[in-house]
Design a protein around this ligand. Structure first.
Ligand code: NDP
Ligand code: 8X3
Length: 260
């Protein structure tokens, strides 16, 4: 058990699947108390049970849609009433929608990507900061992406959104200097979760192709990195962490093995 996280209150957005669910289990194993949010409540309930099995003294969950200010406010009110403080905020909710070139891009995809990744991170941080500021040593961890650092065809809006998340992280780091609060970004490369299934609107064959012939990161790999960043001592801030599969040297430079 990582004793520095024992009994700490850890809030994770997008905790019903992928990195968020794996992070809930990993923080639970470190003895942290969990506040989990997402839209799919039945999945959140299952993740909360897994986190308790892993060792979390408490794993609480509540509906959260980061695209709606009213939902974020209701979630923050719930956190204030139950925990009264937050030590670790993981702004993870987000994802990609579509892989169309700009010429064929859809407003609905663009708007969802900015509402979740960019505005969701801003709204959550604004709502939760008052519960963190009285407790120096806390940390905000934003989940960015390699896509915020390198562009690719069809990724204009997603890359722009994740570049936006990176700049939010950097601005917050400056704004919170002197408060004792830390701000970090964890930026993964290709990781096999529900991410591509969501991007390709449920097309499983197309989603599977993204990882064909290479070994992607797992949700657990990324969760381990998130927990490591959170568990550093209060005087240490891992500002920016880029984590990629060994088979991915750069966005377009991926080693794929031929089918057996
Ligand atoms: P998943 O699709 O597996 O999980 C996404 C999570 O976000 C789900 O729990 C989903 O829950 C939640 N979510 C989506 N929209 C909302 C919303 N409006 N309000 C609240 N929660 C929401 O993807 P990943 O775990 O892979 O992605 C997590 C983060 O990591 C995202 O920000 C993604 O952009 C980023 N990322 C992913 C990479 C990858 O290759 N997988 C690489 C780099 C970054 P629900 O639907 O129940 O609301
Ligand atoms: C997810 C990684 O390369 O699919 O952020 O955009 S990528």
């Amino acid at each position: 058990m990582s004793s520095s996280l024992a009994q700490k209150w850890v809030l994770i957005t997008g905790a019903s699947a992928g990195f968020g669910a794996a992070a809930a289990r990993a923080f639970g194993a470190a003895g942290a108390r969990l506040l989990l949010g997402a839209r799919r409540l039945e999945k959140l309930a299952a993740v909360a049970a897994q986190a308790r099995d892993a060792g979390a003294p408490q794993a609480l969950y509540h509906a959260l849609d980061v695209t709606q200010t009213a939902s974020v406010t209701a979630f923050a009110d719930w956190v204030r009433a139950l925990a009264g403080r937050v030590d670790v905020l993981v702004n993870n909710a987000g994802g990609a929608h579509g892989l169309d070139p700009v010429e064929q891009g859809r407003d609905s995809d663009w708007e969802t990507m900015f509402q979740t990744n960019v505005l969701g991170t801003l709204r959550m941080t604004r709502a939760i900061l008052p519960l963190m500021k009285p407790h120096p040593g806390g940390i905000i961890i934003n989940i960015g992406s390699i896509a915020g650092r390198e562009a690719y065809e069809g990724g204009a809006a997603y890359c722009a959104a994740k570049a936006g998340v990176l700049q939010i992280t950097r601005a917050l780091r400056l704004e919170l200097l002197g408060t004792g609060l830390r701000v970090a970004t964890v930026d993964p490369g290709l990781a096999e979760t529900e991410f591509s299934l969501v991007r390709f609107k449920g097309d499983r064959a197309r989603a599977a192709k993204v990882y064909q012939g290479m070994t992607p990161l797992t949700a657990e790999d990324v969760a381990e990195a998130i927990v490591w960043v959170a568990a550093r001592p209060p005087h240490v801030c891992v500002d920016e962490l880029l984590i990629k599969p060994t088979d991915q040297a750069a966005m377009h430079k991926i080693h794929r093995r031929p089918p057996a």
